[in-house]
Write a protein that binds this ligand. Structure first.
Ligand code: ADP
Length: 623
């Protein structure tokens, strides 16, 4: 029972966290919600296990055979007992041949039963390994084709959990569940049949206390769903007051109000602990009574006591009583195995749902063969894109002319990064189209697209791999000379050569790099791909003041002759761009060169904001 409370505590705590992610109207009835989740979980387990269902069934067949064979040693024990008793009462020697035959049967049946169980378990483990392999491949394939906009912080947590923990949780129910639950049900049933076969009265004695155990258990479980729902609500309150307290801790501390802010959390924690004590303490007493009914001393008293009376009445023999008593001792354990496996099924249900969600990730469709872009002009044609309800890019039409630098300028959240990543097809627009050299991006294979478009974004995204592999990421076949040439142009070759392992140094393990060094490796990577269209984050140029000049040089080499889109953060940095596109709330507000835009109110506002307006006006006056 205590286990039941702590299990439901875990379930509820889990659901509390999950409920926080659920829409308010879906929280209306937590009990219904839990029931629905449990059903969904079981359906998800079924779906995941479908490819290995045949192996599971085979494993189960072995386990059924093993469970039936479990009765044989008991039967042999009774025979042996009868043999010994018969010899004892007749005052003759024991028939050694028959005794050895029975002992042989006992050992053979016991070993056979273990062997069958082992083979059953082995088969389901093979099924599990196969399934894990399929799942991990499935996840990898799916993620490789998912729109990059899907990879947010929450989804990366989901993936980590899916690959590491959830496959492990699902393992329990796939490798162990089908075998253990069947064993836990069939073995006691077979043993019970044996007990009744030995003598129906001994059979009844062996299960005499189980109805009492179940009745007290049912009393203790009364109102459990309502109580767990109430616990869920109270835990949710504790979590939210804790979250509020932690989120506002700096303000609270700064104003010396720790005590007061803390009190909301303490109150809700106190309320929860009062509720839990009032609920759990009586439950623990009933639970103890319930367990007492199936405790070993009581089972021995009932079975041996009742058996003695039956022996006295001449109804049964001592070996039969002993065998039935042993069976009575085994039965309650089986009930507990069933309840603990059902718990594993519940936990695995939640894990299986998460895995199915990952496997159902929407993917970007790519064509089998690519059309070939004619030239490298990028055209955006009435492009609109939203993240759920958030409209990030709103009906944008724009052309990036071949060989020119276009800068996107606008306040934070105006849609600059989104627009740039749409050109790299991190996601597809909701409406409108993006064309590269006259071909819609959706008509290009990944290979063609990324040999035409490369990017150096704010986060250099270096892998835990050698410097060489990091630079050659977009062209894995590149020779070391080509890699070094790109590194030289990116002004990072000297630094890499100064490392003890040179280009074989593993980033993140053998060495850690400064922001500027990481940026130059990212620039080398883009140079090696030599894609004609380049997406650039202006902030990259300011990652590391010490190497700013070198980065600037590397960047100017990179930009030369390409169609470039720069995400700009400061107007001063992109004055030289051929065209500046001013964005606000996902829309284009103005397009032109710095000089052309000097009178444009949105551009002026941005200049003003960055403190550059006075300089700009002075220049204008000067002219
Ligand atoms: P900028 O680059 O100009 O700062 P973004 O393109 O990053 O603008 O963001 C445009 C809008 O889209 C903002 O409202 C931002 O909150 C939202 N947004 C950006 N990325 C995501 C995301 N992964 N999920 C949800 N909303 C996002």
């Amino acid at each position: 029972m205590l286990k039941t409370i702590s299990q439901s505590f875990e379930v509820q705590f889990m659901t509390t966290q999950e409920l926080e992610r659920v829409e308010p109207d879906q929280q209306a009835d937590p009990m219904e919600e839990n029931k629905r989740k449990a059903q969904e979980g079981q359906a998800a387990i079924k779906r995941l296990a479908a490819p290995v269902r045949g192996l599971q069934r085979l494993g189960q067949a072995f386990v059924i055979a093993s469970a039936i064979l479990t009765t044989a040693p008991y039967l042999a024990l009774v025979q042996l007992g009868d043999l010994l008793l018969a010899a004892h009462s007749a005052g003759t020697a024991v028939d050694a041949d028959r005794a050895w035959a029975v002992i042989g049967l006992l050992i053979g049946a016991f070993s056979g039963q273990l062997l069958l169980y082992f083979v059953g378990l082995l088969i389901t483990h093979v099924a599990d390994l196969r399934l894990r392999d399929q799942l991990q491949r499935g996840i990898a394939q799916r993620l490789a084709r998912a729109p990059l906009s899907w990879f947010t912080e929450s989804t990366s947590g989901l993936i980590r959990k899916g690959v590491q923990d959830d496959t492990r949780a699902v393992h329990t129910v796939i490798a162990h569940g089908p075998v253990e639950i069947l064993n836990a049900v069939v073995t006691p049933l077979a043993l019970l049949c044996l007990a009744f076969w030995l003598d129906w009265r001994l059979g009844l004695l062996s299960i005499a206390t189980i109805p009492l155990h179940m009745a007290t258990y049912a009393v203790s479980m009364k109102g459990m769903p309502e109580k767990t729902a109430e616990m869920d609500a109270k835990l949710a309150k504790v979590s939210s007051t804790m979250a509020e307290f932690v989120a506002g801790i700096s303000v609270v501390k700064a104003f010396g109000r720790v005590g007061r802010a803390h009190s909301a959390y303490v109150d809700s924690a106190d309320e929860f602990s009062r509720f839990f004590r009032a609920w759990a303490l009586p439950l623990v007493s009933i639970s103890c009574v319930s367990m007492a009914w199936i405790s070993i001393p009581l089972l021995l008293v009932v079975n041996l006591g009742g058996g003695a009376l039956l022996i006295q009445a001449g109804a049964v023999t001592l070996p039969k009583v002993l065998a039935a008593t042993l069976i009575a001792l085994v039965l309650p354990g089986a009930v507990q195995v069933v309840s603990s496996i059902s718990w594993s099924y519940q936990m695995a249900g939640a894990a299986a749902i998460r895995l199915c969600n990952i496997l159902d990730t929407p993917v970007l469709p790519y064509p089998e063969t690519s059309q070939i872009p004619q030239g490298c002009t990028v055209e955006l044609d009435h492009v609109t894109f939203s993240y759920g309800q958030t409209l990030a890019v709103d009906d944008v039409s724009l052309a990036l002319e071949e060989g020119t630098v276009t800068a996107l300028l606008g306040p934070s959240g105006s849609g600059k990064s989104t627009l740039a990543t749409l050109i790299a097809r991190f996601a597809d627009p909701d409406s409108g189209s993006i064309r590269l050299g006259g071909v819609d991006l959706r008509q290009l294979t990944e290979e063609t697209l990324y040999s035409h478009v490369s990017f150096v974004l704010q986060d250099a995204q270096l892998l835990r791999a050698t410097v060489r592999d990091n630079i050659a990421l977009g062209r894995p076949g590149a020779s070391i000379d080509e890699v070094r040439e790109a590194a030289r142009m990116a002004r990072i070759d000297d630094f890499v050569m100064s490392l003890p392992e040179g280009y074989d140094t593993v980033i993140g393990t053998d060495t850690s790099l400064s922001g500027g060094q990481e940026q130059r490796i990212a620039i080398a990577r883009a140079l090696l791909v030599d894609a004609p269209v380049l997406l650039l984050d202006e902030a990259t140029a300011f990652a590391d003041p010490e190497s700013e000049a070198e980065i600037q040089q590397a960047l100017s080499t990179l930009v030369k002759g390409r169609t470039v889109l720069v995400i700009a953060h400061r107007p001063a940095a992109i004055r030289g761009a051929h065209r500046i596109v001013v964005m606000e709330r996902g829309r284009i507000r103005a397009v032109g060169s710095h000089e052309e835009l000097l009178d444009e109110p949105h551009y002026r506002a941005l200049l003003h904001q960055s403190g550059e307006l006075r300089t700009a006006s002075a220049e204008e006056d000067h002219r």
